[in-house]
Design a protein around this ligand. Structure first.
Ligand code: GDP
Ligand code: IMO
Ligand code: MG
Length: 421
């Protein structure tokens, strides 16, 4: 009947999975629409922690159908590892997963090339997760990708030979890397095909059909607006459209079903990997916030860079995604501060600028506002009136500056540590 989208408003790791898990109870189908196993989505239910890379976190609800859409780049090894892990925890993942036949596959050479290019780039590296994401999407655009549907075709060997030949020329001549052998790869992919053949569908057709029948869909974004290939801080971005346009293209649902777009934002900002970050903290202040927020990557374990809330980034995310609301996460992390800063705007060469720039974010200067802290544990708050006045003032100021309503506040990683406004 209608679809809701959850999209990262910052540079990823905003707490999307926590919010998706909270919203999933009433949803029939959850769809991942872009990215791959570069994502790390953490859900805490009671004392059980789950980290999802490819599978939508809705799989934890016993009746929810989880769809991996055509916009995702699927790593067969990561997918099977994740399914096996869930099965070992008594979650019948394969019974409720649907896989798009148009999904592109991450092949071993994609990871080899990603890792090699990052190392060779030295100081100019992007800081990728080395999961082969950018290389696989590049092959998709070059029209030399292998798709899930190819695995089930009698033409698989022929298609694979064409692709491996082309990639081997690259591996050898461009990167001086060992060539990939076709036979073992064909064997591995054929085995993978046997495992997944029962769950492969034309997911665009399937999802529009389910929506027409009155079902509810939640689209699960990976990464965030600042990492979008078009609207992020290029070249320090991921290789997909993480934003609303990507959700439509990567799921194949009609845009007319999309009724709500919820941007997820931390009450401060983080980023992993290289690239400009105007409100970034350094030294002791950086250590303090990283420790308070346990800011270490869910996929690579790398320490996340941390900084204050950046208003222009969220205003940009609101415009680009058409946000209907924000879910503000991890505000509990700020509870021990005497004073909290907000990056309220940018200046360039001394002049205030009116928007997040599409190039040259490195050169902006941040205009800060300072707010009083609340110095109280807020993790038990379950309604707005439970929050101390200084905390409510901070939230109100974020709404005023970003001009986006806050619809949900998360005060802890657990499902129940949530305030709905
Ligand atoms: P995602 O990639 O956007 O799903 O976010 P990650 O899972 O990579 O990172 C968010 C981290 O913050 C995870 O460890 C969550 O368990 C945790 N988290 C989410 N919401 C909250 C919150 O409101 N408070 C606290 N303290 N932790 C949270
Ligand atoms: P979730 O879904 C945070 C970052 C990498 C690097 C850049 C490109 O958990 O929010 P890639 O491997 O995609 O080519 O790397 O993007 N990155 C993420 N940062 N959260 C993520 O996912 C990320 N996925 C990729 O650190 O800077
Ligand atoms: Mg993450």
């Amino acid at each position: 009947m209608s679809a809701k989208l959850v999209v990262g408003a910052q540079w990823g790791d905003e707490g999307k999975a926590k919010v998706i898990d909270f919203l999933s109870g009433e949803i029939n189908l959850i769809v991942r629409y872009q990215g791959g196993a570069n994502a790390g989505h953490t859900v805490l239910v009671g004392d059980q922690k789950y980290i999802f890379h490819l599978i939508p976190s809705g799989i934890l609800y016993p009746k929810t159908i989880c769809v991996i859409g055509n916009g995702v780049v699927l790593d067969p090894v990561a997918f099977i590892t994740e399914v096996d892990d869930l099965m070992s925890r008594n979650i019948d993942a394969m019974e409720r997963l649907v896989l798009s036949d148009a999904c592109h596959l991450i092949l071993p050479m994609h990871q080899m090339i990603d890792a090699h290019r990052e190392t060779a780039a030295g100081g100019k590296k992007i800081g990728t997760t080395k999961r082969g994401i950018g290389i696989c999407y590049a092959d998709k655009m070059m029209r030399v990708g292998l798709r899930v549907g190819d695995l089930l075709s009698h033409r698989l060997r022929e298609r694979l030979e064409h692709i491996v030949e082309a990639k081997n020329r690259e591996l050898k001549n461009l990167y001086n890397l060992p060539e990939v052998k076709i036979d073992p790869l064909f064997e591995d992919l054929s085995k993978f095909a046997q495992k997944i053949k029962g769950i492969v569908k034309n997911t665009s057709l399937y999802l529009n059909g389910e929506l027409a029948r009155g079902k509810t869909v939640l689209l699960e974004g990976a990464q965030g607006t600042g990492l979008d290939i078009d609207y992020g801080t290029y070249p320090y971005v991921t290789s997909s459209n993480t934003t609303t346009g990507g959700a439509i293209a990567g799921s194949g649902i009609s845009f007319q079903y999309l009724k709500e777009v919820i941007g997820i934002s931390k009450a401060y900002t983080t980023r992993v990997g290289e690239g400009p970050f105007p409100t970034e903290l350094h030294g002791e202040e950086e250590e303090r916030l990283r420790k308070l927020g346990s800011e270490f990557g869910a996929t690579t374990g790398r320490p996340r860079r941390v900084g204050w809330f950046d208003v222009e980034l969220i205003r940009h995310a609101s415009r680009v995604n058409g946000l209907t609301g924000i879910a503000l996460t991890k505000i509990d992390v700020l509870s021990s501060y005497d004073q909290i800063k907000i990056g309220a705007g940018y200046k360039l060469k001394g002049e205030k600028i009116d928007a997040f720039p599409s190039t040259g974010l490195e050169d902006v200067e941040v205009i800060y506002e300072t707010m009083p802290g609340w110095k109280t544990d807020i993790s038990k708050a379950r309604k707005l009136s439970d929050l101390p006045p200084a905390c409510r003032t901070y939230v109100d100021r974020l709404v005023e500056l970003t001009e986006v309503p806050i619809k949900l506040i998360s005060v802890g990683a657990g499902r129940e540590e949530t305030i709905v406004l």
